[in-house]
Design a protein around this ligand. Structure first.
Ligand SMILES: [Zn+2]
Ligand SMILES: [Zn+2]
Length: 375
């Protein structure tokens, strides 16, 4: 059995803007075989466009091409291969961008967000089960992070598909696969913010806003949100920031003065060196800077070692929000059902598969939070 369906393929990186003219994404007919052992065929219902997708297009991150991009989605299981027992046909699932193998050293040590086997498969543009399955008229096409969501169907390894309760809005829960796991997970799992602690979030894309939501759920006292754009500050207020500020030196000084030395936790979610430096300045002695933004390769930060020691600062990276997706994704979806994770507020645009190039321009202009393709 082979199915044929529509999907957006990226063949060339670094095409010039505007993308609506250079058209990096081309919608074509794709084929997939029936799911093999350990694989799940998913009818994609909604898929979010993330800044990491843009970095595939620009070439800031080099992935094997041609590729079907997209790593954050929700859908319904159509069929499963042999040995798949956690999901079955008709189940609603959220697709996550790191298939956690469960058996490598990191997975067995309780750090599945660093799964070596899943990361290696992702870097090859292949599934955890080995190789690619997507084709366009017989030509092999790579899978972005084991998901390849900008298509009507996705064939994934079982760990990439996490079941969620049926009947939820796919357009809302799609963003849990990347934005919510990364943002909220960073606050709740990596930084482990405790009730009453103060948190600053720098960079208010969908991931930064999800970090604000996470801080709210953690019971943080002061939640200060920084960005350069007024619209993003408004969005942060709407999801639980207690204060917002345009990110500049004056705002940093003001916050340090008002908090008697800085906040307990700063979360860097802008993916820029400037954002990281700002976050580092905002933290009190003994506090924690947690960075989840992904600047381009080669971006580095010089660290003065004596002040690091004297300030007792902790600097941590956070990948996938330090999430064990089978534990955390259902937990976060439950918070959404309780109205405590207003994920719909992360989404500014709903679009069709053919609108992706326009959406890329909007994303590059900073004129959107999450844009969700609906099928
Ligand atoms: Zn993402
Ligand atoms: Zn693993």
């Amino acid at each position: 059995m082979t199915i044929t369906f529509r999907g957006a393929v990226l063949r060339e990186r670094g095409l010039p803007r505007p993308y609506v003219e250079s058209r990096p994404f081309e919608v074509v007919e794709l084929e997939l075989p029936a799911p093999g052992p350990g694989e799940v065929l998913v009818k994609v219902r909604a898929a979010g466009l993330c800044r990491s997708d843009l970095s595939v297009v620009t070439g800031a991150r080099v992935w094997p091409l041609p590729m079907v991009v997209g790593h954050e989605a929700a859908g319904t299981v159509e069929a499963v291969g042999a040995g798949v027992d956690r999901v079955g046909p008709g189940d609603d699932v959220v697709l996550v961008y790191l298939p956690q193998c469960g058996t490598c050293r990191r997975c067995e040590s309780g750090e599945p967000w660093l799964c070596k086997v899943g990361m290696a498969a992702n870097l090859r543009g292949e599934l955890l089960t080995g190789g690619t399955r997507l084709t366009h008229r017989g030509e092999p096409i790579h899978h972005h992070m084991g998901v390849a969501a900008f298509a009507e169907y996705a064939l994934v390894a079982e760990p990439s598909a996490v079941p969620v309760p049926s009947g939820l809005s796919a357009r809302d829960v799609a963003v849990f696969g990347c934005a919510v796991l990364c943002g909220a997970g960073t606050v709740l799992n990596t930084a482990r913010v405790r009730p009453g602690e103060s948190v600053a979030v720098v960079g208010l894309g969908a991931v930064g806003l999800a970090a604000v939501m996470g801080a709210r759920v953690a019971g943080a006292g002061r939640i200060v949100a920084f960005d350069l754009l007024e619209t993003k500050l408004e969005a942060a207020s709407a999801v639980g920031a207690t204060e917002v500020a345009v990110a500049d030196d004056a705002a940093v000084e003001d916050l340090i003065r008002r908090t008697d030395g800085g906040v307990d936790h700063a979360v860097e979610a802008s993916g820029t060196l400037e954002g990281f430096e700002l976050a580092s300045k905002l933290v009190r002695p003994g506090g924690t800077v947690t960075t989840l933004g992904l600047p381009g390769p080669g971006v580095s930060h010089a660290l003065a070692l004596a002040p690091l020691v004297a300030s007792g600062l902790t600097i941590r990276g956070s990948y996938l929000g330090s999430c064990d997706v089978r534990r955390d994704l259902p937990r976060f979806v439950e918070l959404y059902r309780e109205g405590r994770f207003p994920a719909d507020r992360l989404v500014t645009h709903h679009l069709g598969l053919d609108d992706l190039n326009t959406a890329l321009d909007r994303l590059a202009d900073g004129a959107a939070l999450r844009q969700v393709v609906e099928f």
